[in-house]
Design a protein around this ligand. Structure first.
Ligand code: ASP
Ligand code: MG
Length: 396
């Protein structure tokens, strides 16, 4: 009997009809002779609504209480799903994160999974029960409920698949798989049959909404093959794995990320230690820096620009303004990236991307590259036409 782990995102369980639809997918898998553990996210916009509710009462609530609040969204979904399955007539039990054995760090709001005590899940499976697990939550050593950060239910599913040695880990969502660009925005974006963990990790980090990047990291670490597929349309999705049969495709996807802000420190002395002083201040506050650009120094001074997520822009200004004179913030920017393992061995990818941007008159503010991605920072108002132009250049 194969064990299959299935994960259903918030839109897939948004209302009673959709809960029933997913219950059918789960029970069909079960009736085909498999053991099934299904992980569910909070319904629709529940998590956002809960965050708003909290803000009405306290604009700076403790992270501990936020975790108690947000974990409730997944609790609602798990119980409703179990009820829908009861109604179909299959044996089922819903488990909260701690009941499923998730032990985590005490980093409330962004907890890391330490171990999973699988005894309870094994016991339930032995009794041929379908298990519904509330996503994105566990219990820390203080006996408190913790959550894994936005989109963390993917990680719950991958962690269960790894710990229980599942045959398959299916991530059901509202699109049919991983696309070369957001299919809701780019008309001729097409679905990829397969993609490597590394490519998927870049896409997820650079703004593709389909999988949470931590879950991809974990899938790679434990070699859990993922299948991303639609909960509405029973067609083959996209397989995410270590190695794929190399296709001719140089670039696998184009992404847009608006959650970025450019910070410029202007006219600092062109001497050793300036970058060190600035960035160590940010590191001390756990602020992630993305693209960094240092200008050519002249007359003894230079500029340093870098990007951070928008939520951190004000803190960065606070941290740097006293020591570094003129610090400018621009939140009207967007990061466009192309990702593909093939570009490592193919010169000219960057030129092709820049030409596509030039053709639609988009100015590049910053550039960053790695072996398998090229990112450019541009004005946010140009972002959609830039993605369309770059996508068209690589995917005729
Ligand atoms: N409900 C949480 C969120 O919206 C976790 C998840 O959906 O995976 O971020
Ligand atoms: Mg959600």
């Amino acid at each position: 009997m194969a064990l299959i782990v299935q994960k259903f995102g918030g839109s897939s369980v948004a209302n009673a009809d959709r809960v029933r639809n997913v219950a059918k997918i789960i029970t069909d898998t079960y009736k085909a002779g498999n053991s099934v553990i299904a992980v569910v996210s909070a319904q629709g916009d529940t998590t956002d609504d809960l965050i708003e509710k909290a803000a009405e009462i306290n604009e700076l609530p403790s992270k501990r209480e936020m975790d108690v609040l947000l974990s409730a969204g997944e609790q609602v979904s798990a119980s409703l799903m179990a009820m829908a399955i009861e109604k179909i007539g299959c044996p089922v039990v819903s488990l909260l994160g701690w009941q499923a054995g998730f032990q985590t760090s005490s980093g409330y709001g962004l907890a890391r999974i330490r171990t999973i005590n699988t005894a309870r899940m094994e016991r339930e499976l032995d009794q041929r029960k379908i298990i519904i697990v509330a996503g994105f939550q566990g219990l820390c050593k203080y006996g408190d409920v913790t959550t894994f950060g936005r989109g963390g239910s993917d990680t719950t599913a991958v962690a269960i698949a790894a710990a229980m040695h599942a045959e398959r880990c299916q991530i059901f969502t509202d699109v049919e798989g991983v696309y070369t660009a957001d299919p809701r925005k780019i008309k001729n974006a097409h679905k990829l049959d397969e993609i490597t963990y590394d490519e998927m990790l870049e896409l997820a980090t650079l703004g593709a909404q389909v999988l949470n990047n931590r879950s991809v990291e974990m899938a790679k670490k434990y070699n859990v093959e993922l299948e991303v597929l639609s909960s509405y349309n029973p067609v083959p999705g996209t397989i995410v794995k270590e190695k794929i049969a190399m296709e001719k495709m140089l670039v696998r996807g184009v992404t847009k990320d608006n959650d970025t802000a450019r910070i410029s420190i202007v006219g600092v002395p062109d001497v050793p230690g300036v970058a060190f002083r600035a960035f160590s201040k940010l590191a001390a506050k756990n602020i992630n820096v993305d693209i960094i650009l240092q200008s050519y120094g002249h007359d003894g001074s230079q500029d340093i620009s870098f990007t951070v997520s928008r939520a951190n822009a004000d803190s960065v200004l606070e941290l740097l303004k006293d020591d570094f004179g003129t610090v400018l913030i621009d939140t009207g920017v967007s990061k466009i990236s192309v990702v593909g393992a093939g570009m490592e061995s193919h010169p000219g990818t960057a030129a092709k991307m820049f030409e596509a941007l030039y053709d639609v008159d988009v100015n590049i503010l910053m550039i960053a590259t790695s072996e398998i991605k090229i990112s450019v920072l541009i004005k946010e108002e140009d972002a959609d036409k830039a993605v369309a132009a770059v996508h068209a250049a690589f995917f005729k």
